[in-house]
Design a binder for this molecule. Structure first.
Ligand SMILES: NC(=O)c1ccc[n+]([C@@H]2O[C@H](COP(=O)([O-])OP(=O)(O)OC[C@H]3O[C@@H](n4cnc5c(N)ncnc54)[C@H](O)[C@@H]3O)[C@@H](O)[C@H]2O)c1
Length: 300
């Protein structure tokens, strides 16, 4: 998308933190924004903020659990009715399912993956047909995390989901380019948000064998550090990434060396032997993906 003014966005997890920061930036850039979130209190507060900014008419707040496909369909219909065709989909809703893999219960895995992979899938399945049908072009941003690029311990469920989001974004970007739909994997470092309140959105059915109850109670007490990024700055960076059609939208320079180590580890894992050219010729289509060369050229 070269220009967002006059266009329509749908942001999941849009009533708090990064999603809300982005929604403010998008409205300031002239977009109409549907803010979809599972927390009614966050939605009310967000709507109040937009009203105070004199931007009430630019937003639509929708109660949505991203794991609920029927509700997603209804939210998409409500957005189109209010604002018309949707051009920007931001699959941003996420929860902080953190803890040692040894303590994880199936309910931790199921909830984390349902929200952070399933929610992204549901967003794409719901909106992509509309984006293709209206033919006005568009963009999909999927919120991953720096933790998917430079993984940390005690975050296996979260990182599994966020790594899937990068893979998914890479996989569909090349496919959708011809339709004028850009795709970005957004990978922030630490941001000042309410993600510590994860326990408040964990549904009853995902509590029965959870090993993370105590961890989530402790997490709720954690303060945001002033050193973490402001959500508005994050939103600005996302918008810039959309306008440039960046494959990856990174926010924190501090992680570059860690990412470089990972890339080196990948390269170092290849067998140190000559290429079998006959085999290479037989599988040419598997060996390169144009999305990477394009991104390298863009970031030079
Ligand atoms: N805060 C960080 O440092 C950080 C770093 C990397 C990635 N992220 C990712 O950024 C995204 C936004 O998180 P945030 O930090 O702004 O947190 P946040 O808690 O402030 O905002 C997330 C919003 O998502 C909503 N949500 C949770 N589950 C939902 C569901 N099932 N359906 C719909 N809405 C749901 C919450 O109610 C909340 O309003 C998440 O995907 C998170 O994993 C955050």
């Amino acid at each position: 998308m070269q220009d967002v003014a006059g266009k329509v966005a749908f942001v999941t997890g849009g009533a708090s933190g990064i999603g809300l920061g982005l929604a403010k930036v998008l409205v300031a850039a002239g977009m109409k924004v549907a803010i979809a979130d599972v927390r009614a209190d966050h939605l009310h507060k967000a709507l109040d903020e937009f009203a105070q900014r004199g931007e009430r008419e630019s937003v639509l707040t929708l109660r949505l659990d991203v794991t609920d496909r029927a509700a997603f369909k209804a939210a998409a219909a409500a957005t189109e009715q209010a604002f018309g065709n949707v051009h920007l989909l931001v699959n941003n809703a996420g929860v902080s399912v953190l803890g040692p893999v040894k303590l994880a219960g199936f309910s931790d895995w199921d909830w984390g993956l349902n929200v952070m992979i399933g929610g992204v899938v549901n967003g794409i399945q719901t909106f992509l047909p509309h984006m293709l049908a209206h033919g006005e072009g568009g963009h999909i941003v999927n919120t991953s995390s720096m933790a998917a690029v430079v993984p940390i311990n005690n975050a296996s469920i979260y990182i599994t989901a966020k790594a899937a989001v990068i893979g998914l974004s890479e996989a569909i970007r090349g496919e959708l380019a011809a339709d004028g739909i850009g795709v970005s994997a957004f990978c922030p470092g630490p941001v000042q948000t309410n993600i510590r309140e994860t326990a408040q959105v964990r549904p009853e059915q995902f509590k029965h064998d959870s090993g993370y109850g105590e961890i989530e109670r402790e997490l709720a007490k954690r303060e945001n550090s002033p050193l973490w990024m402001d959500p508005l700055e994050c939103g600005e960076r996302i918008l810039r990434g959309i306008l440039r059609n960046d494959l990856y939208i990174f926010t924190h320079r501090e992680f570059r060396e860690g990412a470089a180590e990972r890339c080196e580890a990948l390269l170092g894992a290849f067998p140190n032997e000559p290429v079998n050219t006959a085999r290479a010729d037989g599988i040419r289509f598997l060996l390169r993906n144009a999305i990477f060369a394009e991104q390298i050229a863009r970031s030079r």
